[in-house]
Design a protein around this ligand. Structure first.
Ligand SMILES: [Zn+2]
Length: 197
């Protein structure tokens, strides 16, 4: 490519998921033709994503206000906490409209073989939340995978001495699947039919 500037943009775009060399070039030339303001809107959005977005200090969801909207919402039931692996799982459950409690984002799952232990997740923060009182039930909504199940069991072990109910999403969610790809109706059923863990 004749321009080092253009070449650099194409190289950066190519790092994005699903963007091959040809798409990267198409996007780069599109941006080149766009008005200055339009291109800057995109650049600012990327900058804001990394500088203004933070994790809620209570539930660890991604947010631009802390505590997040959900944790601040007094119309939600703060005695029921749904624990999920990632912010996108929280979004999936929110999209069902079937849950009016609050959340705890674990920021991953236990994977001993990959060296991911409890200290890499927000598990101790969850235990502290429960110890503060006011929580009656934790719904473990980790993915129905080996790691997700293992994480749910580990957390149950930690929480059961604290005298609260720990439940697990019903098996409507296919084993080995990811919550984010599960249909809203299936996810709503799995929440409704959750069982004690
Ligand atoms: Zn929050």
């Amino acid at each position: 490519m004749a321009s080092a500037v253009l070449e650099n943009l194409v190289r950066q775009l190519q790092k994005l998921p699903g963007i091959g060399p040809r798409s990267a070039e198409r996007v780069a030339f599109h941006l080149l033709r766009e008005p200055l303001e339009e291109a800057f809107l995109l650049a600012d959005a990327v900058r804001d994503l990394k500088t203004k977005l933070t994790h809620c200090n209570i539930c660890f969801n991604l947010t631009d206000i802390d505590p997040c909207n959900i944790c601040q919402n007094e119309r939600r039931d703060h005695s029921i906490v749904c624990a999920v692996e990632q912010p996108r799982d929280l979004e999936s459950i929110e999209a069902t409209g079937a849950f009016n409690g609050v959340y705890h984002v674990l920021l991953g799952h236990l994977a001993p073989l990959e060296g991911i232990g409890p200290e890499h997740l927000t598990i101790s923060a969850l235990v502290e939340r429960v110890k503060k009182g006011g929580i009656k039930e934790i719904i473990m909504a980790t993915n129905p995978t080996l790691e997700g199940d293992g994480t749910a069991l580990h957390i149950r072990e930690l929480l059961s001495p604290l005298g609260i109910t720990v439940s697990r999403l019903a098996r409507g969610v296919a084993v080995g699947s990811q919550l984010e790809y599960t249909s809203k109706a299936t996810l709503a059923d799995a929440l409704g039919e959750r069982r004690s863990l």
